[in-house]
Every structure is written in structure tokens, then in C-alpha cells.
Ligand binder design. Structure first.
Ligand code: SAH
Length: 212
């Protein structure tokens, strides 16, 4: 029987803090979310491995370090409204919900959205809305967002995401062709001005649908 709490502490220490990501709120959020509850039962013992893992429908739950890095780069605080594209297991949404005020997350595979919604409810996370649908055009009804995070990679930045950012808001997403993606941070610095920087090379599943 694995001591998941201890495994989680080691994950936060070795995979995140020792890689230089030491912001306390992010480390606490990563320590608070039980990743073993977001992976398929057969992979539970590998929940704290330093890697992405397969979930249903050929999708993946992101590597813990990448989830932490995205949450950190998004500069979240309790007053913020966040949009996530690609709910998957709901793990990243759960981490962000501990740092932000409200999280809206969109998943195109209905059965993944349904199980994530049930899982998050069971964990008592009430500030997350899971929407089943195509997130490539964002969520106009809930915009603007202080941060938008995509868990699916795209060759170009979907225009709706830039439009739905608040001024000063951050968009964190994997950008580039499959196999050559970079995690980028795009800050909306003015009504029509954006600043972009590259964080790290990554490998995410592709964004499908509309503008993906
Ligand atoms: N954040 C997730 C990672 C899921 S992987 C986690 O922590 O588990 C990325 C997800 O993006 C997949 O579930 C995939 O179905 C979804 N996806 C891909 N294109 C999408 C789109 N256009 N709209 C919404 N979800 C999309």
C-alpha cells in the first residue's frame, strides 16, 4: 500500500521545488491535490511519477512539473477568473482552483468532461465549472479572463483566446507543430498589444476542432 501523501511530498520537493519553482502558493496547491484520484486505477501507483500518464480516449494527464509551471506562469490569485481548455482528468483545473477564484474548463470529449465533473465535485471543489464542448473559440459568455491555460497544443494562437484575455491577462499554451511545441506565455499588455515569451519545450496532445 503506497503512502500517497508522502509520495506527493516527494514529488513537490524533487520534481518542482528542486527545479527552481519555489513559489509557496503553487507548491501548496500541488501538495493539496491528490493526483492518484485523477489517473486510471491501474496506474494509481505511478501517480507521482515525473511524467504525463495516459487517461481515457488516448488523452493524457500532464506531468506534475508542467502543471505547476503553467499555474506559476499564469500568476494566479484568489481574485482571478481562469479559463482552461482541455479538462482531461480535471487535475490541472483542481490545482488552479486552489490558486484562483473561479475556473471555467472546457473539454471536447463529453465522457471525460462528465467524469472530471464528478471527480471534482467529490473532492469538494466548488469553484470549477466543467463545460463539455469545443474550447478553441474560448468561452465568450464568461470572458474576460485573467488567465487562459491550454492543455492542448496548436500551431497558431486561436484569436478568441487573445480577445477573451483581460488587459494584463496571461495566456499560457503549447504553441507549434506536434513534435516541436514550446510552452509560451502571452501577456495582453494593452487593448491591441501582446507580449510573448517562450518558457520551455513541451509535448502536449493536439488541440482539435474549430481553430485548432
Ligand atoms: N489538463 C488535463 C490534461 C488533458 S490533455 C489534465 O490535467 O488531465 C488535453 C485535453 O484537451 C484532452 O482531454 C483533449 O480531449 C482536450 N482537447 C483537445 N482539443 C480540445 C478543444 N478544441 N476543446 C476542448 N478540449 C480539447
Amino acid at each position: 500500500m503506497i503512502d500517497y501523501r508522502a509520495a506527493r511530498l516527494r514529488m513537490v520537493d524533487y520534481q518542482i521545488a528542486r527545479r527552481g519553482l519555489t513559489e509557496l502558493a503553487v507548491l501548496e496547491a500541488m501538495q493539496a491535490v491528490p493526483r492518484e484520484k485523477f489517473v486510471p486505477a491501474a496506474l494509481r501507483d505511478r501517480a507521482y511519477d515525473d511524467t504525463a500518464l495516459p487517461i481515457a480516449h488516448d488523452q493524457t494527464i500532464s506531468q506534475p512539473y508542467i502543471v505547476a509551471l503553467m499555474a506559476w506562469a499564469a500568476e494566479l490569485d484568489r481574485s482571478h477568473r481562469v479559463l482552461e481548455i482541455g479538462t482531461g482528468s480535471g487535475y490541472a483545473a483542481a490545482v488552479m482552483a486552489r490558486l484562483a477564484g473561479r475556473v471555467v474548463t472546457i473539454e471536447r470529449i463529453a465522457s471525460l468532461a462528465d467524469s472530471a465533473r464528478a471527480r471534482l465535485k467529490k473532492l469538494g471543489l466548488t469553484n470549477i465549472d466543467v463545460i463539455s464542448g469545443d474550447g478553441s473559440s474560448g468561452c465568450e459568455a464568461e470572458a474576460p479572463f485573467d488567465a487562459i491555460l491550454s492543455a492542448a497544443g496548436s500551431r497558431t494562437v486561436p484569436p478568441a483566446w487573445k480577445e477573451q484575455l483581460a488587459i494584463g491577462g496571461r495566456l499560457i499554451m503549447p504553441l507549434g507543430p506536434f513534435g516541436d511545441q514550446q510552452l509560451v506565455k502571452i501577456v495582453r499588455t494593452g487593448k491591441t498589444e501582446y507580449a510573448q515569451k517562450t518558457l520551455v519545450a513541451v509535448r502536449f496532445v493536439p488541440l482539435l476542432g474549430g481553430t485548432g
